[in-house]
Write a protein that binds this ligand. Structure first.
Ligand code: S3P
Length: 447
């Protein structure tokens, strides 16, 4: 039984008075994973500042230490001493990726590149998620991989074969940063160029970080809206000695949404990642009439755009989220159930079938759970439709995170904006990506 199966307690989130706050959100999850994973491959110690101390990213630190890295963590500063790409030993134990799709996909790429015997598993949610999308292309590159359902699901083992992956070209059926990153990391160990073409533009943190490690990364924008990314195997990685991670835009999105729907609110989110492959949510919100401001935009030392976001309460109108919007807003889409409830008219999310293979089937979970708190929402095969009414807004009631951090936090924000309050079952799930979520929720909503 997973730890959360035994937790049935609910947390009541009361309707809030105007939110007037400046807030720093926890560090970026995607970047924390990637920084730790390149540090495993580094020839010298790497210090990561503002590392995310959440369940998913702590699982990554455990995973790299099982692969022989020395990991010393003092709160959000982590020093990692890896063994260099050529000397990483056979892992000493089974690697448990916990709830993290990013960790399992990228580390399978590294393990395949190493060609050392290694076994992987995860929690019940991760064991239900598709792995064939990385196993298949890794096999085409020469990896030997076995697993449940022929390698479609965890547990999975990479067999000893001495590595030696082949340079290869991959065309992905869906835009997925996890799959792309798996293949780019595997490509570091290949005998020739590895290229990945995706039909949309998924987040490009891996490309930027590998470039900061002096890897030759080619990027070709396609007129179709897709992108072809290639890596040349570098022999060794020149990882920067220090990497500082900005705040996570996907965590900031909860407070941005809260400010928009709680009357009289103005919230400023301090230094947060604003990589354009992550911020389509802001464009969607602007299309709904949101009052948003970006301040102090710049770029950090590893080439990631950062800045501050100010969001103010705004009358919203309905919108349609189209398939091309999905990769750049994939983790924020559940919040459209909440925002759509306050927007005049029908808000439609289309082309988002990928949500069905996240930590939960997020299309089903969003529809069933937000309906319980009074949102008029209908499931579509590829998304959902919300019929909004600013006067009705959200009534309130009791709903469950279903163990999915983003569903839980979205329901909590619904509570702040509701008429009667929302009781969220298993809001502890927030700790997968947002340690201290309840503390920040209390501080943002106190008068
Ligand atoms: C992530 C990629 C996204 C996102 C996930 C983190 C990453 O998934 O949903 O939370 O760090 O690469 P995709 O593989 O659908 O892009």
């Amino acid at each position: 039984m997973d730890k959360r199966d035994s937790i049935l307690a609910a947390t009541r989130i009361a309707p809030a008075s105007p939110l007037r706050a400046e807030i720093s959100v926890p560090s970026d999850k995607s970047l924390s994973h990637r920084a730790a994973l390149v540090s495993l491959l580094a020839e010298h110690p790497v210090t990561i500042r503002n590392y995310l101390p959440a369940e998913d990213t702590l699982a990554t630190l455990n995973a790299i230490s099982t692969f022989g890295a020395r990991v010393e963590r003092k709160e959000i500063t982590v020093q990692i001493t890896g063994a260099g790409m050529k000397n990483i030993p056979e892992p000493s134990n089974v690697i448990d990726a916990s709830n993290s799709g990013t960790l399992i996909r990228i580390i399978l790429g590294i393990a395949a590149g190493l060609g050392r015997f290694s076994c992987f598993t995860g929690d019940a949610s991760l064991r239900g998620r598709p792995m064939g999308r990385v196993v298949q292309p890794l096999r085409e590159m020469g990896a030997e991989i076995v697993g449940v359902g022929g390698g479609e699901m965890l547990p999975i083992a990479v067999l000893e074969n001495g590595g030696g992956l082949r340079g290869s070209e991959h065309v992905l059926p869906v835009a997925s940063a996890q799959v792309k990153s798996c293949l780019l990391f595997a490509g570091l160990f290949a005998d020739g160029v590895v290229s990945v073409t995706e039909p949309g533009r998924s987040r490009d943190h891996t490309e930027r970080l590998l470039q900061a490690c002096s890897v030759m990364v080619g990027i070709e924008e396609m007129s179709s809206g897709g992108r072809k990314v290639s890596v040349e195997p570098p022999g060794s990685l020149r990882v920067p000695g220090e990497i500082e991670i900005p705040g996570d835009f996907s965590s900031a999105a909860f407070w941005i949404a809260a400010a928009l729907v709680v009357p009289g609110s103005e919230v400023l989110v301090r230094k947060v990642g604003l990589n354009p492959t992550r911020t389509r949510f802001l464009d969607i919100l602007r299309g709904m009439g949101a009052d948003l401001e970006i301040r102090g935009a710049g770029e950090d030392a590893i080439g990631e755009p950062v800045g501050e976001v100010v969001a103010r309460h705004s009358p919203l109108k309905a919108t349609t989220v189209n398939p091309e919007d999905v990769p750049g807003a994939v983790d924020e889409l559940p919040l459209l159930a909440l925002l759509g409830a306050f927007a005049e008219g029908e808000t439609v999310v289309r082309g988002a079938e990928e949500l069905r293979v996240k930590e939960t089937d997020r299309i089903q979970a969003v529809c069933e759970e937000f309906r319980k708190v009074g949102v008029e929402i209908e499931e579509r095969p590829d998304g959902f439709t919300v019929t909004g009414d600013p006067d009705r807004g959200i009534r309130g009631g009791r709903a469950s995170s279903r163990g999915d951090h983003r569903i839980g936090m979205g329901l909590a924000v619904a509570g702040l904006a509701s008429k009667e309050g929302v009781e969220v079952e298993d809001l502890e799930a927030a700790s997968v990506s947002y340690p201290g979520f309840l503390r920040d929720l209390a501080s943002i909503s106190c008068r």
